[in-house]
Write a protein that binds this ligand. Structure first.
Ligand code: 5GP
Ligand code: ZN
Length: 123
């Protein structure tokens, strides 16, 4: 997709802070972070929204989701448990889809938010 900013990031035609890359996926830091940790996970394949996804995208979507715990570990926001077994840390994932979903960039992406609160615009 020639005019897609995330396709250009995936093709390294414009710079980004890349935190993960493989044949199918890329993860990079959001340029305007809403939380201390704010990463975006994208497929390199251009898919505009989650609404374009079908069963044929299930493996790709699964891989995007399965990358989250690894990134959360690396960025210090994995869920852990204290001595009493109370959960600590953690993160939120979000996929905005379409205008009513608040999507601004029409290349499928998963937000990963973490780190100490408060987070801008998020509960
Ligand atoms: P959406 O509302 O579409 O789910 O979120 C798009 C996200 O992409 C926003 O959080 C925005 O800050 C981020 N973003 C937009 N353009 C760029 C860019 O050129 N580079 C990076 N790293 N993030 C971007
Ligand atoms: Zn794209």
């Amino acid at each position: 997709m020639t005019n897609c900013i995330f396709c250009k990031i995936a093709a390294k035609q414009i710079p980004s802070s890349i935190v993960y890359e493989d044949d199918e996926l890329m993860a990079f830091k959001d340029i305007n972070p809403a939380a201390p940790v704010h990463l975006l996970v994208i497929p390199k394949l251009h898919v505009a929204t989650l609404s374009e996804c079908t069963e044929s995208h299930a493996a790709l979507l699964g891989r995007m989701l399965a990358l989250v715990p690894k990134l959360a570990d690396e960025y210090g926001c994995a869920v852990s448990y204290d001595a009493e077994g109370t959960p600590q840390g953690g993160y939120k994932i979000l996929i905005n889809s379409g205008p009513d979903g608040g999507q601004e960039v029409y290349h499928l992406h998963l937000h990963l938010y973490g780190g100490p609160r408060p987070w801008r615009g998020l509960r």
